[in-house]
Structure formats: structure tokens, C-alpha cells
Design a protein around this ligand. Structure first.
Ligand code: SF4
Ligand code: SF4
Length: 460
């Protein structure tokens, strides 16, 4: 029976050196230093970056965020989206080729594979060979290193959500919670599977970004391009021969650009959706050009317009920074500035007011009408804060519960507040009122204030 799916051809990418490979490794080092290192950083008495879902607190260095600070997450998502639009408009799949975790972990796993099993030819030979002690040893060794990296990655990931020192202790004592065990192993399994086995399949079949990237490309987007005008007709030749006399272009048809490609495509067939823009083919082709003594750049980052109009690099770059790109830069700067300003002006506390659902309004002794509220005061500072509560909105409205409240460092406190109004002071109905919450110092001096609106109900 005919299969509905194409059989997967295993890809054995050849190692490559060059400027783009160097940049990819720089990105690997930077991203991994940040990812593995951040959870171990301390800030005062706590982990510098911790998303404590149980306590509903997010600690990012000096910032303590509550779920109510969702707006900042929205701003970060907007910044991420516009950065992606910007990078893609400038240089296509820059994210895919240099910073995407799939690329970064595949690069690390391939490096391990190369160190243990050798480069492309040695790996093909090893896979074709019958099982032997050497083959068994190399395969086991590689998988053990891969699994160690994967487990460490899973452990680090969970360390962003639960204090990593405690997690490490629980890991070694074998008393991690079931959720921690699940997420460590799930993330480790995903890393091992995606970077060790699925690799380019993730980019080709699973990643949605590969599908909609073309919508963000235009004729002035830098993409890895083969200069067909210069390269064709391709063909092998001796180093000393004159290609013009042989009627050949610059491509010596060595197929090295295909051998280094992590997605196994031939860039000489033009732009293909599988291309992650990693520049490996450009690097290897430059080394081939150096060897045969031709100018570099047969495969290079260029734009469709630059290739068609034979622009110089300066002309190309002038067109790359086109109005669309400048607009993305302006939007990005505005959103970043708004986020920073908002964080800078942020009050060190938050307040939510809820009416007590159990008793909307009642008559109490002394002929007063009483409404009950629950105030949640969230201290986002890393020291205890004192608060003074006030209410305005109706004449003779008084607060009969304690006005002064202390909330411990980074804690949130529910405070029951009772307001009373003499009977006949206001007509029946709902009256807008405003709670004013002052943060005060030990001498009672106001440091900052917040206002929250609510209503006072007067029954008929
Ligand atoms: S590496 Fe360069 S010269 Fe070799 S086949 Fe590819 S494009 Fe042609
Ligand atoms: S074609 Fe070149 S740039 Fe595209 S994925 Fe393959 S090696 Fe990377």
C-alpha cells in the first residue's frame, strides 16, 4: 500500500565555519548563559527571577508583580511581536536561524554528536555499519550526554517557577512534588525529542512561524540568496582552468551548501519555505570560493531587488531601512518607552475593592446604614508598608473599622471595611464613593496614594 507520507530522510549536516556560524554560536552562548544562569541569581534574600504561580507573585530583580499587573505582560508581548516583525522585515528568518530555541538546542545537540560520532561522513558510516562495541558505546555515550543536557534544561525551566535551590534539594532527596516531576520530565523529553531527533521536522511541519513569514517578506528583505546569474551554468572544473573558456559560472557544483544545510535543501533552487536563514550555506560557499580563488558572495544575504538591480552593499542597506522598517522601529521605541515610564511611575502597592456579597446594605444600631467592603491591599515593595484608609463621596459617611493597616513585605492582605451613614442622609439608591489609600511612613507622612471607586447602597 502506498504511504500517505513521505519517508523521512535523515539529515547529516556537515560542520561549518565562518562569520554566520560564529554569530550563531555567540547567540547560543548568550541565550544559554541567560537561560541556565538567571534562576541562580540572588536578589536580596530571594531568587532574582521567579514566577511564583502558587503565591501569584512574579519577581523580576527589583520588581514584584501581581496578576493585576497583566498590562506589563501585554506590553512585553507587543514588544516581542514588533521585534519579530522588525527582524523579519530586515533579514527574514533571523530569529529562526540564530535565536530560536529549536535552532539553539539542535546546534548544541549536533555539536555533541559531532564530538562523539565525528563529522558528516563518519556519522553516515557509523549509521550504515553493523552493530559493534564501538558503535554501541558511541550511541549510548551520545544519548547519555543528550539526556543530561535535557534533564538540566527541564530542571532549569522549572527553576523559574519554584525556587531553584529548594528544587535542587528536593531533586536529590527525591521529594519533588508531582507537578515539578511532571514539568521537569516533560520539558526534558521535549528538548531531547526536538533537538535530538525531530530537528528540521519541527521547523518544516510544526512551527507556524515558517508558514506566515512570507507575509512579512518583501523585495527589500535580506534573505540567503544564491547568485544564479553568476553561478550558472554550474559544473566541476580544475582549479587552474578558466571558467569562461569552459562556459561555466562560479558554482563548482561541490554540493557543500547542501551538505551543511540543517534542513537539507539546496539554496541554488531559490527561496524555499524550509530555509531557516542560518547562513551555513553562505559560510561554506565562501570557503569554497576562497579555495578556488573566486570572489566571495556566490551565496549571501541579499534582497530580491538588490539581485535584480545589481546594487552594491551600501545601496542594498539603504533600501533595507525602508519606511516599513522605520515604522516598526518607531512603534517599538514608543512601546518600550511607555513600558519603562509606566514601571518607573508604578506605585509600590495595589488595591482591589470588593463589596461584601453577603450583606449589601443593612440598618445597624444607632439608626445607621452600613455597607461592608473587602479591600485587598497588595504590597509590591520588599519592606512592610503602613497604610491609612479614607473614604469620600457622601456627607457624613464614616469608616467605622480600623483606618491604619500594616502589610508585610510583598504580601497581600484582605481588610474588612465597614462604612456607616446616618439614616436619611442620602436618598435611596446607589451612590458613588471613593476609597483613598495612603501609604505612610512611621511619622504618618503620606508617601503615595491610590484611589479606588465603589458604591454605597442606601435601601428604600
Ligand atoms: S557551495 Fe557554492 S560552489 Fe559549492 S555547490 Fe554550493 S553554491 Fe556551488
Ligand atoms: S538553505 Fe542555507 S540558509 Fe537556508 S537553512 Fe539551508 S543552510 Fe541555512
Amino acid at each position: 500500500m502506498r504511504s500517505l507520507y513521505e519517508a523521512t530522510q535523515k539529515i547529516y549536516p556537515r560542520s561549518v565555519h565562518g562569520i554566520f556560524a560564529k554569530w550563531r554560536w555567540i547567540m547560543v552562548v548568550i541565550t544559554q548563559l541567560v537561560f541556565y544562569g538567571l534562576p541562580w541569581l540572588e536578589w536580596g534574600q530571594r531568587q532574582a527571577v521567579l514566577f511564583d504561580l502558587g503565591a501569584r507573585r512574579f519577581y523580576i530583580f527589583g520588581l514584584v508583580l501581581y496578576p493585576q499587573d497583566f498590562i506589563y505582560l501585554t506590553a512585553i508581548l507587543v514588544i516581542s511581536a514588533f521585534s519579530l516583525f522588525l527582524f523579519t522585515a530586515v533579514a527574514g528568518r533571523l530569529w529562526c536561524g540564530y535565536a530560536c530555541p529549536q535552532t539553539v538546542y539542535s546546534e548544541i545537540f549536533m555539536w555533541v554528536e559531532r564530538k562523539i560520532e565525528g563529522d558528516r561522513t563518519a556519522r553516515i558510516k557509523l549509521d550504515d555499519a553493523n552493530m559493534s562495541t564501538e558503535k554501541l558505546f558511541k550511541k549510548w555515550y551520545k544519548h547519555i550526554v543528550w539526556l543530561t543536557i535535557s534533564m538540566w534544561t527541564g530542571f532549569t525551566f522549572v527553576g523559574y517557577f519554584t525556587p531553584i535551590h529548594d528544587l535542587g534539594m528536593s531533586f536529590f532527596l527525591g521529594n519533588m512534588s508531582s507537578w515539578e516531576v511532571f514539568w521537569v520530565f516533560f520539558y526534558a523529553f521535549a528538548t531531547y525529542g526536538n533537538a535530538g531527533f525531530m530537528r528540521e521536522q519541527v521547523c518544516k511541519y510544526m512551527c507556524p512561524y515558517a508558514r506566515f513569514q512570507s507575509a512579512m517578506f518583501d523585495k527589500d528583505t535580506l534573505i540567503v540568496t544564491y547568485d544564479a546569474e553568476r553561478g550558472e551554468p554550474r559544473g566541476a572544473r580544475s582549479k587552474k582552468s578558466d571558467p569562461a573558456a569552459l562556459g561555466l559560472g562560479s558554482c563548482v557544483d561541490c554540493s557543500l551548501c547542501v551538505q551543511v544545510c540543517p534542513t537539507g535543501i539546496d539554496i541554488r533552487q531559490g527561496l524555499q519555505y524550509e530555509c531557516i536563514g542560518c547562513g551555513a550555506c553562505a559560510d561554506v560557499c565562501d570557503t569554497v570560493m576562497d579555495k578556488v580563488g573566486y570572489p566571495r558572495g556566490l551565496v549571501k544575504y541579499s534582497t530580491e531587488n538588490a539581485m535584480k538591480n545589481h546594487w552594491t552593499s551600501e545601496q542594498t542597506m539603504r533600501h533595507v531601512f525602508r519606511p516599513r522598517v522605520l515604522l516598526y522601529i518607531i512603534i517599538l521605541l514608543v512601546v518600550v518607552a511607555a513600558l519603562l515610564t509606566s514601571l518607573g511611575l508604578r506605585k509600590p502597592f495595589k488595591v482591589d475593592v470588593e463589596r461584601d456579597r453577603a450583606s449589601l446594605a443593612r440598618i445597624v444600631s444607632g439608626g445607621n446604614i452600613e455597607n461592608v467592603y473587602r479591600l485587598q491591599i497588595m504590597n509590591a515593595a520588599e519592606r512592610p508598608l503602613d497604610f491609612r484608609l479614607n473614604v469620600q463621596g457622601l456627607p457624613n459617611l464614616s469608616l467605622v473599622t480600623a483606618r491604619d493597616v500594616r502589610v508585610a513585605s510583598t504580601e497581600s492582605l484582605w481588610v474588612l471595611v465597614r462604612l456607616q451613614l446616618p439614616y436619611d442622609s442620602a436618598p435611596a439608591g446607589s451612590h458613588p464613593i471613593v476609597f483613598t489609600i495612603h501609604s505612610v511612613n512611621e511619622g504618618g507622612q503620606v508617601l503615595s496614594e491610590l484611589q479606588e471607586k465603589s458604591v454605597f447602597l442606601v435601601p428604600r
